[in-house]
Design a protein around this ligand. Structure first.
Ligand SMILES: *Cc1c(COP(=O)(O)O)cnc(C)c1O
Length: 570
């Protein structure tokens, strides 16, 4: 950008007074015809003063809430510019490689420009992340290969087909630098001391540096904030270089973090990001997934801001830097890059699922009195950490729950959790944090007292083979009476349910309302988690089971559900 030219053509005093919006910064953007700017009338995203953390940390803290951009992330300022440039260049289409927010953002602006948008994703990318892209009419193509293969292919196709290659390249920086302008304007041209930004490709921090530099060159501000870039410990190529005070990047083999938006092994703008940090006397810091999740929870529960885990990385880094008294009373901005709803799966992985009760006051009161609500409802520690190799005593269990969930459960509830833990240990598996989470959850599902065992599955046999129906044979105990059932079905689970129907007969008839399963791998061991629901009239009974064997897990779930079911029939 020719800053002299911009300065000559701009009435700075009038510019300073203009309302803040992306359109205000058009004179700073490399486009020919501002009137044809592709826009959704982007307004300034909120700059919020922290309500709780400022006081707790003894700093002057602000949040830039970038999730309020049109598609829920800061990428929109860059996409508006890129799609406008693509149109001016007469490109037939937009093409890019991405798996997340960049894809959603480009697909949106391409839709506004009425241009086709092609997005290459590595095969196996989670489809829920791409729902936004599909909704905007973006064309997703899955590539048999890695993200880097997809990016390389996007480049070659763009050249051959005369498509515009969007992504973390130089033009995007020009659009995204407007976030720095916006921040200065919101602070009445008195910029903060420190700006903390999460780094994936390093493009956003590069853009902030460029924005501040241009404003300073024009005399609109007189200092440049210290820029602090944050990465996940499992994807910290820039931090590694910073720690060695290098100006180059060594790409990592892979990226290990739950924060998908910053899971980047080879940051395209890593070298520029390092320059931005060195030039502003800033820092590069890595934070763990657990620290991010903690910070995410603190932000939502104390500040009312539900952000992506990648965005919460800035607050996790803040908790580290404030240990140094040099930051006391400093004006600090955390850039919260994306909306929390973008990656809601992260929450469900950490959460104890909400309990289920029958619509009776007594059920709620029992839950309330079990102290369930007094503890945390999310677990942030390493899920594969082994807690118990032998059945814990009630006291040991109590201590573990206190440490992990700050929970103080009643003995009756502890007993139920212990029974669930026992079942896992009997299968020869150690109890991990993940197992504890499941057991707490299972103990919660049905707090209603059931006098076990009204019903039990005594034995079963399921056979299945190529080109024939599965066959199941079950032996059951119901109210002291033995019953058997034999049936066929289009699969082992279906055959089993049919055999239960045969054995239980008309009087004890149930309807299978739902059946869900989830197969997870932990420490190379495969475990099936089954949840099923039985109904009849107003009766609803849910049961859960976990086992390396799907049929066995289904039987466990059926056993639990049917006991509850029968307690209603009697
Ligand atoms: C893209 C993205 C980042 C990383 O930004 P870079 O420009 O790649 O460094 C961080 N947070 C969110 C929510 C993002 O979408």
């Amino acid at each position: 950008m020719d800053l002299e030219k911009i300065k000559a053509s701009l009435d700075l005093e009038a510019f300073k007074k203009r309302n803040i919006s992306l359109a205000k910064y058009l004179p700073f953007l490399p486009i020919k015809s501002p009137a044809d700017f592709i826009s959704l009338n982007e307004m300034a995203t909120p700059l919020l003063k922290s309500k709780q953390l400022s006081t707790q940390l003894d700093i002057n803290l602000y949040f830039k809430v970038e999730g309020k951009n049109p598609t829920g992330s800061f990428k929109d300022r860059g996409s508006a510019l890129e799609v406008t440039m693509a149109k001016e260049l007469g490109a037939k289409a937009i093409i890019l490689a991405s798996t997340g927010n960049m894809a959603a953002s480009c697909a949106c602006y391409a839709a506004v420009a009425r241009m086709p948008c092609y997005i290459f994703v590595p095969e196996g990318a989670p489809m829920n992340k791409l729902a936004q892209v599909i909704a905007f009419g973006g064309h997703i193509v899955q590539i048999k290969g890695t993200y880097n293969d997809a990016a390389k292919l996007a480049q070659t196709v763009a050249m051959q087909m005369d498509f515009y290659l969007a992504g973390d390249y130089a033009p995007r920086v020009e659009g995204q630098k407007a976030a720095a302008f916006e921040l200065c304007d919101q602070f009445s041209f008195d910029p903060p001391d420190v700006v903390i930004i999460p780094m994936g490709c390093g493009t956003n921090i590069t853009a902030y540096a460029k924005g501040f530099a241009e404003y300073k060159a024009l005399g609109l501000i007189d200092k440049i904030p210290q820029l602090i870039g944050v990465e996940a410990t499992g994807a910290a190529a820039i931090v590694h270089s910073f720690n060695a005070q290098l100006h180059s990047i060594t790409p990592l083999k892979g990226a290990e973090t739950i924060a998908s938006a910053i899971a980047v092994p080879d940051p395209i703008d890593g070298v520029k990001a390092l320059a931005a940090i060195y030039n502003s006397k800033g820092l590069a810091i890595a934070v763990s997934d657990e620290e991010m999740l903690q910070a995410q929870y603190i932000l939502s529960t104390q500040e009312g801001l539900f952000v992506e885990s990648a965005s919460a990385a800035t607050v996790a880094a803040l908790f580290k830097i404030v240990q140094d008294p040099i930051f006391a009373h400093k004006k600090i901005v955390c850039v919260l890059t994306g909306d929390g709803l973008k990656d809601a799966g992260v929450i469900f992985k950490a959460a104890i699922n909400p309990p289920t009760i029958y619509p009776q006051e007594s059920e709620f009161i029992r839950l309330y009195e079990s102290q369930f609500f007094t503890g945390k409802q999310m677990i942030f520690s390493n899920k594969n950490q082994v807690l118990f190799q032998h059945t814990p005593t009630l006291e040991e269990l109590k201590v573990a729950l206190k440490n992990i969930l700050s929970a103080d459960y009643e003995p009756h509830y502890l007993e139920k959790i212990k029974v669930n833990l026992d079942k896992i240990l009997q299968k020869g598996k150690d109890i991990t944090v993940f197992d504890l989470q499941n057991c707490v959850q299972n103990a919660l599902v049905n707090l209603r007292e059931v006098s076990y065992p009204v019903f039990s599955v005594r034995d079963y046999e399921v056979t299945t083979g190529k080109g024939r129906l599965a066959q199941a044979f079950v032996t059951l105990h119901l109210l002291g009476e033995e019953r058997t059932g034999r049936a066929e079905g289009e699969g082992p689970v279906y055959a089993l349910i049919n055999a239960f129907h045969m054995a239980l007969g008309h009087k004890m008839e149930f309807e299978l309302k739902s059946y869900q399963f989830d197969i997870r791998t932990e420490d190379n061991k495969v475990t099936a988690h089954v949840e099923l629901k039985l109904t009849r009239g107003a009766i609803n009974a849910v049961g859960r089971g976990s086992s390396p064997d799907l049929v066995h897990a289904s039987i466990e779930a059926f056993d639990e559900a049917y006991n509850i079911f029968v307690s209603h029939l009697l």
